[in-house]
Design a protein around this ligand. Structure first.
Ligand SMILES: N[C@@H](CCC(=O)N[C@@H](CS)C(=O)NCC(=O)O)C(=O)O
Length: 337
């Protein structure tokens, strides 16, 4: 096993992180010897996210190729994925469970990428009853035989044209937010992207995406000390900034619960060991009619703090307002289900 990259920490603030660390890089993290689908970093050691390839929209415009219809679309997610997690939350908040089908891949991703399992093999998994695929990659090739990008979740599938509509979570949540309003009148007008707050939401999303949502990946998948340090500092600056915002506000934008909260929450919830499982499971998942089996009580997904080594500070100990907000968002899930 290669020596753990943080053993060469230069600055005092970063050095404090070592008290949280194990001394070896976890096996699943990218190394320069990894190849193929599990190779995350570029040759300079930095993780660079690829743009999502399928960017069509479901719209209510007359003659639209992808029109909102009950039972026509299917969402593929992984419970392990914060991007996919956003989409399944908005699907639930907007009451779309009976409108858009759901498949959940196995939590484990190996050489062929995300795989489907039965619930007996992996609790929480929901096989692909639409395409009968064994791996997510099959959907990409069905939609485009020449596809050469990554095989990511979420995937929003159109059964009518047998193709992928969109595989970009930020766009999928925007569609779910409004486009089915005529077919699900019960949640019409319930919006997580209110018009008057859009500039503020867009602006906060932008830096949170770069330094927090994607920032944790840039730290976790870095294969050099330099690449790690370049990204861990902005990540914690942003967490400090969020702590300040949340010390004065209930939610991120205008004291209103918006998509900015949902987008941040799915990252933070993977960060915190002590967001009590009853909040996360019962409120955020259970009462939404969903079950999250990949977490177990008392070890709430420690992926970023532990595996990704984003551990200069701890949310539990150093960010009381982010923790308070994260718990509150979990409760919102229950109230709105
Ligand atoms: N831009 C995409 C990113 C999705 C993404 O990166 N998903 C990860 C899981 S968290 C994935 O499926 N990765 C598989 C791979 O890159 O091979 C989105 O926001 O929807």
């Amino acid at each position: 096993m290669p020596p753990y990259i943080l053993s060469r920490l230069p600055s005092t603030s970063l050095r404090t992180a070592t008290r949280f660390l194990s001394i070896h890089k976890p096996k699943h993290m990218a190394t320069s010897t990894q190849s193929g689908i599990l190779k995350w970093a570029s040759t300079d050691g930095e993780f660079r996210r690829h743009n999502s390839s399928f960017r069509s929209q479901i719209t209510t415009e007359p003659g639209a190729r992808f029109a909102p219809e009950i039972g026509r679309y299917h969402l593929y997610i992984s419970w392990a994925c914060p991007w996919a997690h956003r989409t399944v939350i908005v699907r639930a908040f907007k009451g779309l469970q009976d409108v858009i089908g759901l498949s959940v891949v196995d939590y484990l991703m190996l050489d062929k990428g995300w795989k489907f399992s039965t619930a007996d093999e992996t609790p929480g998994a929901i096989p692909d009853t639409v395409n009968n695929a064994q791996y997510i990659r099959e959907l990409y090739f069905k939609a485009d035989p020449e596809y050469s990008g990554r095989f990511t979740v979420p995937v929003l599938w159109d059964k009518k044209h047998s193709t992928i509509v969109n595989n970009e979570s930020s766009e999928i949540i925007r569609m779910f937010n409004t486009v089915f309003d005529d077919v699900v009148p019960q949640t019409r007008g319930l919006t997580y992207y209110p018009e008057h707050l859009r500039p503020e939401i867009d602006s906060i999303n932008e830096w949170i995406y770069d330094t927090v949502n994607n920032g944790v990946y840039k730290c976790g998948f870095a294969t050099t000390q330099a690449a790690y340090e370049k990204n861990v500092v902005p990540l914690f600056k942003s967490l400090d900034r969020l702590e300040e915002i949340l010390s004065k506000n209930e939610f991120l934008v205008a004291n209103t619960f918006t998509e900015a909260d949902i987008r941040l929450w799915t990252t933070i919830v993977r960060y915190v060991h002590t967001l009590h499982p009853s909040f996360a499971l019962k409120f955020a998942y259970g009462s939404l009619g969903l079950t999250c089996h990949y977490t177990v009580p008392n070890s709430f997904d420690p992926v970023y703090h532990g595996h990704f080594k984003c551990n200069v500070k701890s949310i539990e100990k150093d960010y009381p307002n982010i923790l308070r907000w994260a718990r509150q968002v979990s409760c919102k899930g229950g109230r709105w289900a």
